[in-house]
Design a protein around this ligand. Structure first.
Ligand SMILES: NC(=O)c1ccc[n+]([C@@H]2O[C@H](COP(=O)([O-])OP(=O)(O)OC[C@H]3O[C@@H](n4cnc5c(N)ncnc54)[C@H](OP(=O)(O)O)[C@@H]3O)[C@@H](O)[C@H]2O)c1
Length: 325
């Protein structure tokens, strides 16, 4: 059967185009699925615009995330008709992806769609929101409580940032949003941010130890932003580091760690074990306000995905893009 997909080719030169793909060319796996919705995450943006070395198999179908229905299964946990959410596992990188009407996935990769989410809402969350939840879980595990003080979120208008703000505020934390888009202050406050500050304050190299400001942090930027956050953490504070929107470099001293007992917590979503994903999706279904989620979502078609991937890479998107397949 032929199906529609966003196909990335590198020969004769890079292209990202919606075209017909033959299902017989997909790997044989234990789940054959119909994708109802997908999304554009930062990594999809890098792949679709060819701005980062994401794709390692060509031609590739883009799309690291998908939500939809199982059509055929030889996996004991999955039956035809079951609804699922898929995030990461190298899909859209080394395994053909989910910006497509069909995907062949592995039953061990999939999470059952929480009953209070539609497949569209699940993709409104996507890897960005699931990673935001993993960051919050990491901060909680390190002992962070609302009474400890303010929690700062960088890349605040982006996918991870927007959802992290909404979850943290709902859990009772006082959240400070750091953004390059000060014009989005009312959006960020509507998600639950108590204050909004300019990311320029964090983007240049600073002193190894600075005034103690934050009890916790969710950082999507890396580079000088992450170094400055570490230098500004309160005694015993925790930083969940998940991104590189500013850069993958990190130049800091050990001072925040050895003099203030600061915790730097690395967060990965791509290879996170299934049990952690199930916990994160369960938590999302209880700790994320669905009306706020709706405020973050912009829905586009598969054909619009290349244009929006470009806008995402230019930092021009606020919130989350959902792709109706
Ligand atoms: N570890 C993981 O498993 C994992 C999973 C998901 C995402 N990530 C990473 O997390 C980051 C955010 O992902 P996302 O899906 O939220 O992307 P996104 O929706 O594109 O948001 C990224 C945001 O970063 C901010 N930003 C852009 N350029 C910046 C710069 N030079 N300095 C500081 N901030 C900058 C912008 O927000 P403002 O305009 O509000 O500042 C932008 O909206 C990406 O680096 C992504 O690769 C990692």
């Amino acid at each position: 059967m032929m199906f529609k997909a966003l196909v990335l080719n590198k020969e004769p030169q890079f292209s990202a185009q919606v075209s017909q793909f033959d299902e017989a060319s997909l790997l044989t796996t234990d789940i054959q699925a119909e994708i109802e919705y997908s999304t554009l995450n930062f990594k999809d943006g890098l792949a679709i615009t060819n701005k980062g070395p994401v794709v390692r198999l060509w031609p590739m179908i883009a799309g690291i995330d998908g939500a939809g229905k199982v059509l055929q299964s030889s996996h004991p946990d999955w039956k035809p008709g079951n609804l699922f959410v898929h995030n990461g596992w190298g899909v859209g990188e080394t395994h053909l992806g989910c910006l497509a009407q069909r995907a062949h996935l592995k039953g061990d990769w999939l999470v059952k769609l929480p009953s209070n989410f539609t497949t569209r809402q699940a993709m409104g969350i996507g890897t960005a929101g699931y990673t935001a939840m993993l960051c919050v879980m990491a901060l909680e595990k390190a002992g962070l409580k609302p009474a400890h003080g303010e929690v700062v979120v960088t890349g605040a208008t982006g996918g991870v940032g927007s959802i992290a703000i909404a979850i943290l505020a709902r859990l009772g934390f006082s959240v400070v949003a750091v953004t390059g888009k000060l014009s989005e202050e009312s959006y960020l406050k509507s998600l639950g941010a108590s204050r909004v500050i300019d990311r320029l304050e964090f983007s240049s190299p600073g002193k190894p130890l600075q005034k103690e400001r934050w009890a916790g942090a969710v950082d999507t930027a890396g580079s000088s932003t992450l170094a400055n956050l570490c230098a500004q953490m309160q005694y015993g504070g925790s930083v969940a580091a998940c991104g590189l929107a500013q850069g993958a470099d990190l130049s800091l001293t050990v001072m925040p760690f050895i003099l203030r007992g600061v915790h730097l917590l690395g967060v990965d979503s791509v290879m996170a074990p299934l049990s952690k994903r199930q916990e994160a999706w369960q938590r999302l279904s209880s700790d994320l306000d669905q009306q706020l989620l709706e405020k973050m979502i912009q829905e586009i078609t598969l054909e619009q995905a290349p244009e929006y991937a470009d806008l995402l890479m230019q930092g021009k998107i606020t919130g989350r893009i959902v792709v109706k397949i």
